[in-house]
Design a protein around this ligand. Structure first.
Ligand code: SF4
Ligand code: SF4
Length: 192
């Protein structure tokens, strides 16, 4: 791992991962100067196992397995802060989306809780066209760690009592409206 903290020798460059996750703009990724602006700007960096700056060096080095197995790609909330601040104009956030997709394509689930969160969120959105908190949380805990739900039971009851969440929302007319969108995404993913 020393190479990710040292100056990069051109002979160490491995374009394969950059080309895979950023076709057409992979040269931008190779232009990273390791300034650290992305790490300093990232609101999730404190919880990541590799910092954004390290991640981009590892992509430059073609360290596919290490990057795809990191928790960092799943902790990224796609806030675009690093993306807009990178002095080299590297499309960071979009590339992280591709890294997540590549990890899922290869069946690498380094953060089962994050995967359960994404799937529960997407399913509730697909069904209702908006978030229904109670169903979302129930799906998430059932898929990730049902016992963990007990730890949140008191908080959930308090929120229910104060009307912060509702067990049933009035019908908003969004049911099924996103079906076509989700079907189209599934179609595009199959063609990859
Ligand atoms: S902000 Fe851009 S140039 Fe600086 S370390 Fe991050 S990716 Fe590299
Ligand atoms: S887009 Fe992701 S990696 Fe970049 S600053 Fe936001 S959370 Fe951090």
């Amino acid at each position: 791992m020393a190479a990710i903290t040292e100056a990069l020798d051109l002979g160490q460059l491995d374009r394969s991962l950059a080309q895979r996750v950023s076709p057409g703009r992979w040269e931008k990724i190779l232009s990273c100067i390791q300034c650290g602006t992305c790490s300093a700007s990232c609101p999730a960096a404190h919880a990541m196992d590799i910092s954004p700056r390290q991640m981009w060096r590892m992509v430059q080095l073609g360290m596919t397995e290490e990057v795809l197995r990191s928790k960092s790609i799943w902790l990224c909330s796609l806030c675009y802060t690093c993306h807009v601040r990178c002095p080299r104009g590297i499309p960071l956030t979009e590339t992280i989306v591709r890294l997540k997709e590549l990890a899922m394509e290869r069946g690498i689930v380094s953060s089962p809780q994050s995967e359960a969160f994404y799937r529960a969120f997407a399913e509730v959105m697909r069904r209702y066209g908006r978030l229904r908190e109670v169903e979302f949380m129930a799906r998430y805990f059932l898929a990730s760690n049902p016992l963990a739900a007990l730890g949140f039971a008191r908080l959930g009851l308090t929120m229910l009592a104060r009307g912060k969440i509702r067990p049933e929302l009035p019908r908003l007319g969004g049911e099924g409206r996103l079906d076509r969108l989700f079907a189209r995404v599934a179609e595009l993913e199959e063609k990859r």
